[in-house]
Design a protein around this ligand. Structure first.
Ligand code: NI
Length: 270
């Protein structure tokens, strides 16, 4: 091999590595359970976009136009701090919303959004609503779900929100994200870990409505054993008292990489 050929091969390798490095997933946290996932292929997925009314979302991120192009919206359950701005974002981008089938029907019958813009699914039925590269599977969550509608006179009515859920999001390069939604501990977390092999798990730790730090640590140590864990759904309201420090302490020296994100921060996951 000539020097020139070797140089070319090294350059090609470097380029391949650079391209690969740029292909990792970028995830931005808006507080509570709101994530913006930019996939290696450049698709943008928003999960549980509680943004404009989220007391912890940094002010400069509250303008929904600043999200840029959004390809898909996903909602784990019907509570207001998860439904958030989902309908508005979907309409702004002509993007579809993935949600449980029953909550989807509620959204449509309330006139919030047309059925055609909804991807109404249920657990263990993988879908690919934005192309073959990305697979979304709804998984169990131990929680509740209801949709509250407030009419013009500020009178509220309750509507079926189907069952709460978490999601497994498998990206183009195989990187797999587990967004647990709101949940308590449940033994099927072991199934989720074994079957989907998530690379990262976003887990609620705030307590009261979801796992507290001790329960979340139990779930990681005994059921999920995920390599990387990001705590979320804490500190947004006074009742959600659990902290990442308590979560870390409860994990002890268990070999999981705990990534504590700052509000509004974007991180690369690979
Ligand atoms: Ni909830």
């Amino acid at each position: 091999m000539t020097i020139r050929k070797i140089t070319c091969a090294v350059a090609a390798l470097a380029l391949a590595f650079a391209v690969h490095a740029a292909e990792a997933a970028e995830i931005q946290w808006f507080g509570q359970s709101a994530l913006k996932i930019t996939t290696p292929g450049g698709k943008v997925i928003i999960v549980d976009p509680f943004i404009t009314k989220n007391p912890k979302t940094p002010k400069e991120l509250k303008d929904l136009k600043k999200l840029g192009k959004v390809d898909l919206v996903m909602i784990t359950h019907g509570h207001g701090d998860h439904v958030g701005d989902s309908v508005e974002i979907a309409k702004m981008n002509n993007a579809k919303i993935v949600l449980n089938a029953d909550m989807g029907r509620t959204f449509a019958t309330l006139g919030w959004i047309g059925m055609k813009q909804l991807v109404r699914i249920n657990k263990s039925g993988p879908v690919k609503p934005i192309g073959d590269g990305i697979t979304i599977t709804m998984v169990r969550a131990e929680h509740s779900s209801e949709v509250v509608y407030t009419d013009d006179k500020k009178k509220q009515s309750m509507h079926p929100g189907g069952e709460p859920a978490g999601y497994i999001i498998k990206l183009e390069d195989g990187y797999t994200i587990y967004h647990a939604g709101d949940t308590g501990v449940f033994a099927d977390m072991k199934f989720i870990a074994e079957y989907y092999k998530p690379d990262v798990a976003f887990l609620p730790i705030g307590g009261w409505f979801t796992m507290d730090p001790t329960h979340a640590a139990y779930a990681v140590k005994n059921l999920l054993k995920t390599k990387t864990v990001v705590p979320f759904h804490y500190g947004t309201f006074g009742l959600l008292k659990g902290t990442p420090a308590e979560f870390k302490a409860a994990l002890g020296n268990f070999p999981t990489n705990v990534v504590v994100m700052k509000l509004g921060e974007t991180r690369t996951f690979k």
